[in-house]
Design a protein. Sequence first.
Length: 169
Amino acid sequence: MLKEKYSDELYLNLRIITIELENGEIETLLTNLTPKMMTTEDICQIYDYRWGIETNYNTFKNRLNIENYNGTKRITIEQDIYSQFIFYNIICYYNSYLNMLVNLQLSKKGKCDEDDEYQIDQANLIRNLNDGLMKVIVNPIKDNICEFTSDLIWKSSDELNKIKKKYKI
């Protein structure tokens, strides 16, 4: 797409921005925005915001297989898409809830600094939801809900990821 759009151009004015992450990794960004239009700090902030969008696309495409449909009729495809969005909302709810629980527990036990924050592993959460959510939906009795919730908390908080710190410029 870009190739066709800019094929008649002799050259492009591009700017390379190098960002060092807290863990020492280097990120290299390419932009056509001049320093006058947007500072390096502004681009870092936008990149940080955009990263959440990129990870959401990745979740939909690779973990929820949003492009794989169970049929060819329009209504079937729409139902598949809507059900994946509902499932994604469930994932987001449990993700927020479990992250809050995990960080609260680690803080109470003194196992992390106040600057540290951890997240549960999203792929692990999705696997755990796939394993037990249907049982709760089909048979929503108190015992099933309690067992499912307890298992989900236990299994999903087993693997934690430390959240990346903001960029150093």
